[in-house]
Design a protein around this ligand. Structure first.
Ligand code: ITT
Length: 181
C-alpha cells in the first residue's frame, strides 16, 4: 500500500490507473517558492516525513510555456486559480510560437529516503479551450503529434503520453524492482 498526499482528486485518478494500490490522503503541506519543481518536492517530502509514518508519494506539476519564459511553471497552481485558462489565452493572443511543456515530478519517500521521478510532455497551447475531460490546463494543451487537447482524450489516452503517465511508470518500475508491486 502506498499513500499519495494531494488535494487533487483528478491527479489521484490518473495515478491510480497505473498503481492501483495507491490511496489518497487529502492533507495540507507547504509548497515553498522555488525555481524548480524538484526543490518544491524535496522540501515537502522532508516536511511530510516528520508528520506521517511509512512510504508515501507527492506529485508536483507545472506548465512551462516557452515563449513566456516558462511561465506559469512553478506558479502553475496560483496562476490557474487567478487568471485560469482564459487568462493564459488572452496573454498569448497573437503569439505565433505556442510551444509548451508539461512536467511532473513525483516525490517518493521510501524507507527513509527521498526519490524523484520526472515526466515531460511537449506540445503547444491551442487558440481556444476544447474538451471536458481532465482538469486544470488540459483544455488548452495539445500534446505533440496530436490535434486534440488533453481534455478531449480519455484518461487512458492522456496517461499513455502525458507527463504524469511517464513519471508514474518510472515510479512503478522502481516499486516493482523493490518487490513492492
Ligand atoms: P496538490 O494538492 O497535489 O498540490 P494541485 O492541483 O495544487 O494539487 P499542482 O500544484 O501539481 O497540483 O498543479 C499545478 C497546477 O497545474 C494546478 O492548477 C493543476 O490544475 C495544473 N495541472 C497539474 N497537472 C495537470 C495536468 O495533467 N493537466 C492539466 N493541468 C494540470
Amino acid at each position: 500500500m502506498l499513500n499519495i498526499i494531494t488535494h487533487n482528486k483528478n491527479k489521484y485518478e490518473e495515478l491510480r490507473r497505473i498503481v492501483p494500490s495507491l490511496q489518497m490522503v487529502d492533507m495540507e503541506y507547504p509548497e515553498i517558492q522555488a525555481d524548480t519543481l524538484e526543490e518544491v518536492i524535496e522540501f515537502a517530502l522532508n516536511y511530510l516525513a516528520e508528520k506521517i509514518d511509512g512510504n508515501f508519494i507527492i506529485d508536483d506539476s507545472g506548465l512551462f510555456i516557452h515563449d513566456l519564459n516558462d511561465f506559469p511553471g512553478v506558479y502553475s497552481a496560483y496562476v490557474f486559480k487567478t487568471i485560469g485558462n482564459e487568462g493564459i489565452l488572452k496573454l498569448m493572443d497573437g503569439m505565433e510560437n505556442r510551444g509548451a511543456t508539461f512536467k511532473t515530478v513525483i516525490g517518493l519517500r521510501y524507507q527513509g529516503y527521498n526519490f524523484k521521478f520526472v515526466g515531460l510532455c511537449h506540445g503547444r497551447i491551442g487558440d481556444e479551450m476544447r474538451g471536458n475531460n481532465g482538469f486544470g490546463y488540459d483544455p488548452i494543451f495539445i500534446p505533440e503529434g496530436e490535434d486534440r487537447t488533453f481534455a478531449e482524450m480519455s484518461t487512458e489516452e492522456k496517461n499513455r503520453i502525458s507527463h504524469r503517465g511517464r513519471a508514474i511508470r518510472k515510479l512503478a518500475a522502481f516499486l516493482e524492482k523493490m518487490g513492492e508491486l
